[in-house]
Design a protein around this ligand. Structure first.
Ligand SMILES: [Zn+2]
Length: 235
């Protein structure tokens, strides 16, 4: 009975203020959560987790030691699936991200990608950015993985300088600018000898993940794997 009332209310809300699929713009059915069934089934998966020494892992080779890396789906700037990332980051819909990464854990179950991982953490936002946006989208993504896998979420890194001035700088300057932007929190001490999964929303150049993973390297005998919700084509 309760479920029926809930479904009825949800259907009534949809009539007044229809929820739409961020990818195709179609109104969602009451049983569709964030994306319509069709766009979800056509999600351009990378399936990196099914490949040994995949393109994303190759990208970090020689930069920072990592165990495994994967991204859930490919995106191209301006393409329909990129709107998911935009909504998560700027349109106050981080819960959609949390739902998607929980889904990713189930989708990737056959790959054993999450096996042996002791803790999940997120690329942090500087507190001024956090105050402006109100949330860290990567934390929601990491928590979605924790929800679905049962692996605990932990905050290990702290951003010490804002990223906001980097947009117009060249690659080298940008690189130098983010070096040293992340420091370890005291909670990091508990991770000695553990395997941690570092989560971010997207990978484009990989610069942010490299700098964060390098900071995590200061933890004795740490193993680091990487997960992003989306990846620009890296090859
Ligand atoms: Zn759709």
């Amino acid at each position: 009975m309760l479920k029926t009332i809930k479904q009825w209310l949800s259907a009534a809300t949809d009539m007044v203020m229809p929820r739409v699929c961020p990818v195709c713009g179609r109104a969602l059915d009451s049983d569709e959560t964030w994306l319509c069934r069709q766009c979800l089934s056509r999600l351009p998966r990378t399936r990196y987790e099914e490949v040994d020494f995949n393109t994303m892992e190759q990208h970090f080779a020689g930069k920072v030691p990592i165990e495994r890396a994967t991204a859930y789906f490919f995106y191209e700037k301006g393409a329909p699936y990129a709107s998911i990332l935009h909504d998560i980051k700027y349109h106050n819909l981080p819960k959609m991200g949390r739902w998607l990464t929980a889904r990713a854990v189930h989708d990737m179950a056959g790959s054993r990608f999450f096996d042996g991982i002791d803790a999940v953490t997120a690329v942090p936002l500087h507190r001024s950015k956090l105050a402006q946006r109100g949330y860290n989208q990567s934390e929601y993504l990491a928590r979605g993985i924790a929800d679905a896998s049962g692996i605990p979420y932990i905050e290990v890194l702290k951003a010490v300088l804002p990223h906001s001035t980097q947009t117009h700088k060249g690659a080298l300057e940008r690189w130098q600018n983010i070096q040293g932007n992340y420091v370890l929190k005291k909670e990091a001490a508990s991770l000695a000898g553990k395997h941690i999964l570092l989560v971010d929303d997207v990978i484009t150049t990989g610069a942010t993940l490299t700098v964060c993973a390098t900071a995590l390297q200061a933890i004795p005998s740490i193993k680091i794997s990487l997960f992003t919700l989306a990846a620009a084509r890296l090859d």
